[in-house]
Design a protein around this ligand. Sequence first.
Ligand code: FAD
Length: 367
Amino acid sequence: MTHATIVILGAGVSGLTTALLLSRNERYSITIVAKHMPGDYDIEYASPWAGANMLPVSKDGTPSNQYERDTWPEFAKLARDAPEAGIHFQNTVAYRRSKDTGTAVSDWMSELVRDDAWFRDLMPDFKAIPKSELLPGTDGGNSFTSVCINTALYLPWLVSQCLKNGVVVRRGIADHIADAASLHHSGKRADVVINCTGLSSLRLGGVEDRTMYPARGQIVVVRNDPKIMATISGTDDGPEEATYVMHRAAGGGCVLGGCLQKDSWESQPDPGLAIRIMKRCIELCPKLVPAGKGIEALSIIRHSVGLRPMRERGIRIETERIACPEGKQLTVIHDYGHGGYGYQTSYGCSMAVERLVQEAVGTQAKL
Ligand code: FAD
């Protein structure tokens, strides 16, 4: 059997999910090379900071919409059948306030809270929140069953599944995307390089995608459990501040967020923002704390900051032929720019990459 040699640059949720899907095909010999791995917490590495949950945000009919539609069944399967992956089902409510319309956070959530949401047939137990159950100041919203992912368990689980399927995982830094071609564990030149470098695609040689920018997210992780996931379309604390609560599976704590601060590279938590986040989350989910208590009743595990890898035109999944310094051509498949939805699009994106790999390897075989 001929093997295609593949190097995946990046070990975030995009690189690891892609490696997992490709590793099910015995024709592929795969090396993951990354500067950061599961277990690391670094501002250049978005995946460990995510909540993470699946709150659909794409517009119907777009590529991202297909990625979300393709991802949900995979997460539901893992939540049902693979407790070791650290994913569980959660009742979810998303409220809308009309007065938020036009802010960055409300734009981000507009599909989630609209009356005729496209995912009403996808997510289980979907229903519009009855008027009698709306919070003061809200005028609509949806409830459904989703999942929450304990990323501290899920990312290592992805690595272990890849290792079981023969993927080789190693540390490395590529200054130029073409450098990755010489990093396959066999010593052979890679037939295909898959670029899953997230926000680093802004500066990575040979890619330098100037349409990438960070959207800073700050969270507080607490031990309290409100037994529900909840969010709302905006806040009274500024257009870039958000409120969401999600309880992670298997002791992962409860993530309180957040914000969506465009073009901010600040890696340190802002204490004032942390207090606003905690207050808003208790207002949204009073069951976070005993009746009558405030933020003093939250048991804080840590304060964290991550940068969402945003791209002006959304996720880039595309094949490119790049000229290498030694004069050869290299096939690069890009998979980056997942913004605030890298988990909830992860399987769909990796399926799309898989189709491009099949095309690329087939083409090369004919040459
Ligand atoms: P990353 O996780 O950033 O991984 C990039 C990888 O590339 C790393 O391994 C890095 O070391 C490597 N790399 C980069 N450059 C090089 C190089 N030159 N050489 C070698 N290796 C390199 N998404 C959801 O779906 N649901 C959520 O609830 C959610 N919540 C979020 C909350 C916060 C606070 C934040 C910050 C994000 C959230 N997201 C959520 C978004 C999600 O985290 C990202 O979209 C996703 O993690 C991006 O993954 P990635 O693999 O593309 O990039």
